[in-house]
Design a protein around this ligand. Sequence first.
Ligand SMILES: Cc1cc2nc3c(=O)[nH]c(=O)nc-3n(C[C@H](O)[C@H](O)[C@H](O)COP(=O)(O)OP(=O)(O)OC[C@H]3O[C@@H](n4cnc5c(N)ncnc54)[C@H](O)[C@@H]3O)c2cc1C
Length: 445
Amino acid sequence: MREIITARELAAGGYRGDTGIKYQPYWWDEAPRDPATADVPKKCDVAIVGSGFTGLSAANTLLDNARNAVVFDKDHPGFGASTRNGGQVGSGNQKFRVRKLIELRGETKAIALLREGTRMLEYIEQLIAKEQINCDFQRCGRFRAAIQPQHYEAMARDMEDLRKFAGVESFMVPRAEQSSEIGADMFFGGSVLPNDASLHPGRYHAGLARRVTEKGGRIVGGAEVIDIVRDGSGFTVKTARGTTRARNVIIATNGYTGALVRELKPRIVPVGSGLIATGEIDAAVVDRLLPKRRVYGNTNRVFSYFRLAPGARRIIWGGRVGRLAAEKSPRAYSHLASDMLRVFPDFAEVPITHAWSGLIGYTYDEIPHLGCTASGIHYALGYCGTGVSRATYFGQKIALRLLGKKDGQTAFDDLSFPAFPAHPIAKQAVPIVETWYRLRDALNQ
Ligand SMILES: Cc1cc2nc3c(=O)[nH]c(=O)nc-3n(C[C@H](O)[C@H](O)[C@H](O)COP(=O)(O)OP(=O)(O)OC[C@H]3O[C@@H](n4cnc5c(N)ncnc54)[C@H](O)[C@@H]3O)c2cc1C
């Protein structure tokens, strides 16, 4: 049995069997998963399907408003993306350039969406403070590196628009000065969003779950919701561990959405994303390569994202999922080590300790959606890979909306939720589309 595998060895590929890599999220070491095998109650006010940030945030808001909420998950609570993500926390404004959003939605709507995106970041910070969740939330700032010289110019224009239309603060760092931000010379400068943040997703999820149960909510693991039937004044919710009667139902399944609700299935395509964690890196190397300890991304469509783990000198490096991710083998993650070494060759001899993947929920229009189906089932999902703040915010909003509160209104309310034109094909085509984007990224370099 091998004790460790280095980034260089992982990138080279070829290893099979045990390498010392744990094929589970790094975050689970500090926030171990709780099976939460609570009983299924006979009835409740609101049954929530999915126990990630959306489901827990919705439950928390409902409990604060004296409604009794039960959260179901088919696996252990937090099985989905919420405890698998990179812990980079931005506003909800990262998917579109401002000009593109205006072109698609018109100026008034675009501005409303952008301003609300900014509020999402404020909301998660306030919630963490109010609920006293110890999860290393820090306004560390985000550095986004330009892969090509023209990306730098386009980003500069976009940052100016973001300031003008949504009041978002940022500054540009030209290539000549970028060593103050990142010790990698392959980039052409970049932008800094100083108010973006980072957190420990495992501890954030565990803290939110704890608050929900302390307030009297119930979280039931191992309870796949198999059927939801509308009858009379509510719903019969059938789970793998028993049936409950609920006045309302919220679907919070994002990238793990299956065929449970007919209207939602063709509107979400799951896209995989993978991460690796390294062992401890020498302090002097970290100071030179990541002096500001921000969260990092770049301007590629299929992009790499990385950061230091909280309180440690380990890199958490994410990117596209390997074709063989389900295999839990080194070769399923060797591409991530290659991507990392292309940016930071100094990490060649650093051990890789963890490797894992998860599912992002993509929508056709690349905008998250919340609302209610014709049969009265509420939903909030489709964060397209930037969901730490969005899911938290949408969970709260869908709960307020269900309660009929004025505060539940959002700029996202009146957006139509398009289905993918050929959903089964779109699902199959994800690897092809991704390869196409990578090819375009490569040709553009
Ligand atoms: C690898 C990866 C990295 C990411 N990195 C970032 C990042 O750095 N920053 C950022 O902002 N966003 C990131 N995201 C996105 C973010 O994590 C998600 O948008 C967010 O966590 C979604 O939360 P959620 O509660 O809606 O869904 P999830 O956390 O995915 O939870 C959905 C849950 O529904 C359950 N479920 C599904 N069907 C049923 C059923 N029938 N019955 C019961 N339970 C069911 C699943 O088991 C799952 O636990 C990342 C995502 C991934 C996958």
